[in-house]
Ligand binder design. Structure first.
Ligand SMILES: [Zn+2]
Length: 235
């Protein structure tokens, strides 16, 4: 399947950070599937920038585990295995309840207004059946929370975890494929009431629901050549 990138305007003079942001945006909208091969030539042409800038962007995404370098293939978009997905979600369960607990005592009025605006956009996209936009906004809600803490390290970590979760959902989801409706609102309400304990509990429930919608038990889908041969011998 060919890569379907959104309509990018020309990016003359833009940095590798902007290229990374746009690739992540496309992953959030489920426009770039896991395992997709990305080449310097293709990206340089798509973004109309030099290959040097593309190379820097790809190096940054590789560092974050969003791109994976494969021998004889080049760079491909990460395809988190079931085990990797369980690990990603385990880290999210450690980190995100703390994020909302912190926000319950520290978020400004402007920050809360931003969250409510985000929720309205999510609801509108869901209502209008704008699937790509809705899935992206649902993922970005978790990044907004990290951004509102003002902690840059946390934003970097959450960007990485959320991007890998988006890719894992495409590989392992059973159904809904996005955050369950209403739960972001409940988390935001608890933050607004300055009730950190409820906000943390709601976030933990929410992450459990996300995980329950994934098939993460049992064998990995991919099998090695030797495993296939062993299976054939037993047929
Ligand atoms: Zn969510």
């Amino acid at each position: 399947m060919g890569i379907i990138l959104p309509r990018f305007e020309k990016l003359h003079g833009k940095t590798e950070a902007e290229i990374c942001r746009r690739i992540i945006h496309a992953i959030f909208e489920q426009r770039i599937p896991p395992g997709e091969r990305l080449t310097e030539e293709r990206l340089a042409e798509t973004f109309n920038v030099s290959r040097t800038i593309v190379r820097q962007a790809m190096a940054r995404l590789s560092q974050d585990g969003i791109l994976v370098k494969m021998p004889n293939v080049g760079s491909t978009v990460a395809s988190p295995t079931r085990k990797e997905t369980r690990d990603i979600l385990a880290v999210r369960r450690m980190v995100e309840p703390e994020i909302v607990r912190t926000l319950a005592v520290s978020v400004s009025e402007a920050g809360l207004a931003e969250l409510h605006e985000h929720l309205e956009a999510e609801t509108a996209a869901r209502k209008n059946d704008a699937r790509g936009t809705f899935v992206r906004l649902a993922g970005e809600f978790h990044l907004r929370l990290a951004e509102l803490t003002g902690n840059h390290v946390l934003v970097q970590l959450m960007t990485r975890l959320q991007t890998l979760t988006c890719l894992a959902i495409l590989l392992h989801a059973k159904g809904e494929q996005a955050c369950p409706p209403g739960e972001h609102g409940q988390i935001t309400d608890a933050i607004a009431r300055q009730d950190g304990e409820t906000a943390a509990r709601e976030m933990l429930h929410h992450l459990k629901h996300v995980e329950m919608d994934l098939r993460l038990d049992g064998e990995e889908r991919t099998s090695s050549f030797s495993e296939t041969m062993a299976w054939l011998r037993g047929v």
